[in-house]
Ligand binder design. Structure first.
Ligand code: NOJ
Length: 548
């Protein structure tokens, strides 16, 4: 990092901001269909989540030490996209429980110091939502304009060539035969897009947000947050391939920022609330547009990071770009898996889950762990006759593996997706008391992070340019940590230059259970294959010394 970038990085880390829970806490994403089934129907539910809260945080290092959960949609839904097609924004789907169950979950989570954010799906509703049912009932219905309608071309074909995203990619328009017009849907035909140019839609979504905030929710993960606003003239894209290469006219229009600014005000005015947006796969320089001037969404997922190949340099670069691009006062975030992408442990291959977790929990920024990542769950092969998702995402959504029973402790019934064939060994019960397990490692790391100001909100400084080892410092007053992650299969000697020569150091944590904490000589420290370490350095006031 150049000196000027470093100066800006320092400036950008105002200690006054360190208290925000969504900055220094660890988030955990729960896909509710797959976390815990409490009634034997094979589908996870809200009471199931409540029953498992102690796994996440019971106040002791025997739990994961999670600070906040994001629950994917549990609203009433026909489940064409497993809840991302909402038929009632203010009720719980009976498969997941009741509003009372939600209140119970929230109360129990808050008692444990766990905040709860819910999934806001503002871009589209279900075609079964009463708003859409009304809208499609006639050309003149007052709700007609809540959705995006257009006449067919003279030959009867869709109004323009806009494409929906699920494979096989098809037109983003479906003809409503009764009224003779097409409606827009960026996703399935069962997910008609709302018309965000209509102020009534904006007000209606504010009310949805207030509904959940009033119940006690702590914020929102915002689905498809960048694509709400469409070109009102419905202009054609230059070419179909062009539309796939860059953001077309129906994704990411600058007009969306006004909506995000409005939400930020609503959230900040109503308490210590937050929103994290699913906005884009953009590299950092473009992603940061969604942070605005620290006046838009509190966080925007940095999926570009998740898409990096398993190379130290690739991650170092992705982090440096994010750190350099973040507007003043804003905060990074990192995630390696979610319900839409193959799991990290599958993408990166065996033996790398621990070093990936160490990177996630030691970078400067809010980490999001995906359920099952703490035991290194991998994608589960789903036979053709059990495929249920329209877009091939079943393998990363299979039931949480709690124990080695038939239903993996997830269900007493027949699970909605197959249980992983490795559930006999890769499960919470098996790993709980094994100090060498992935789960024990994740807990140690998470609780170490909780106790470390440097990791929660301290400064970040990358060190060196090794092709195989990603090393960085984290520093807060009174604490300096060196993190070194070996991305290669072969052992590597750390090359730390003057830092190694001058610093007495203590190894705090390693991904290798055989390596014990204790004094280390940085001049001789060798990392094993796929090993990551956290090393405490002697504190030297509050100065950076790594790049001297
Ligand atoms: C993004 C969600 O993460 C994904 O699961 C969903 O299918 C689409 N948005 C549409 O809501």
């Amino acid at each position: 990092m150049a000196a000027s970038d470093l100066a800006r990085a320092r400036h950008r880390d105002p200690d006054g901001e360190r208290g925000s829970w969504w900055r220094h806490g660890v988030f955990y994403q729960i896909y509710p269909r797959s976390f815990q089934d409490s009634d034997g129907d094979g589908v996870g539910d809200l009471p199931g989540i409540t029953a498992r809260l102690n796994h996440l945080n019971d106040g002791t290092p025997g739990s994961l030490g999670i600070d906040a959960i994001w629950i994917s949609p549990f609203y009433r839904s026909p489940m064409a996209d497993f809840g991302y097609d909402v038929a009632d924004y203010r009720d719980v789907d009976p498969r997941f429980g009741t509003l009372h169950d939600f209140d119970e979950l929230l109360g129990q989570a808050h008692e444990r110091g766990i905040r709860v954010i819910v999934d806001l799906v503002p871009n589209h509703t279900s075609d079964q939502h009463p708003w859409f049912q009304e809208a499609r009932s006639s050309l003149h219905n007052p709700k007609r304009d809540w959705y995006v309608w257009a006449d067919p071309k003279p030959d009867g074909s869709p109004p323009n060539g806009w494409r929906s995203v699920f494979k096989p990619v098809g037109p983003a328009w479906t003809l409503d035969k009764a009224t003779g017009q097409y409606y827009l849907h960026l996703f399935l035909p069962q997910q008609p897009d709302l018309n965000w140019w209509n102020p009534e839609v904006r007000t209606a979504m504010d009310e949805v947000m207030r509904f959940w905030l009033d119940r006690g929710a702590d914020g929102f993960r915002v689905d498809v947050a960048a694509a709400l606003v469409h070109d009102p003239r419905l202009r054609e894209e230059p070419t179909a391939s062009g539309a796939r290469r860059r953001w077309p006219r129906y994704w990411g229009l600058p007009d969306v920022h006004e909506i995000h600014r409005h939400w930020r005000k609503l959230l900040d005015a109503s308490g210590d609330h937050m929103a994290v947006g699913e906005v884009s796969n953009d590299p950092a320089r473009r992603l940061v547009r969604y942070y605005g001037r620290n006046d838009e969404l509190h966080l925007s997922f940095y999926f570009h990071f998740m898409q990096q190949p398993w190379k130290a340099g690739a991650f170092r670069r992705a982090v440096a770009e994010f750190e350099a691009a973040l507007p003043e006062g804003t905060w990074p975030n990192y995630t390696l898996s979610n319900h839409d992408r193959p799991r990290a442990a599958s993408r990166y291959g065996p033996g790398r889950a621990r070093v990936a977790m160490m990177m996630l929990l030691t970078l400067r920024g809010t980490p999001f762990i995906y359920y099952g990542e703490e035991i290194a769950m991998t994608d589960v092969p789903v036979p053709a006759d059990r495929v249920v998702d329209v877009d091939g995402r079943d393998p990363e959504r299979t039931p949480m593996q709690w124990d080695s029973s038939d239903g993996a402790g997830f269900t007493s019934g027949s699970p909605w997706l197959p249980i992983g064939p490795d559930s006999g060994t890769v499960n919470v019960e098996r790993q709980r008391d094994d100090p060498a397990s992935m789960l024990s490692f994740t807990r140690r790391l998470s609780w170490f992070r909780r106790s470390s100001a440097a990791l929660r909100w301290g400064r970040f400084q990358a060190i060196g340019s090794s092709r195989t080892v990603f090393a960085f410092l984290r520093e807060a007053p009174g604490e300096r940590l060196l993190i070194a992650l070996n991305f290669s299969e072969t052992p590597r000697r750390l090359r730390l230059g003057s830092l190694a020569a001058t610093e007495p150091a203590r190894l705090e944590l390693s991904t290798d259970p055989a390596r014990r904490p204790g004094a280390v000589d940085l001049r001789r420290l060798e990392l094993g294959s796929n090993e990551g370490v956290v090393v405490r350095l002697r504190q030297r006031g509050n100065r950076w010394t790594a790049d001297r």
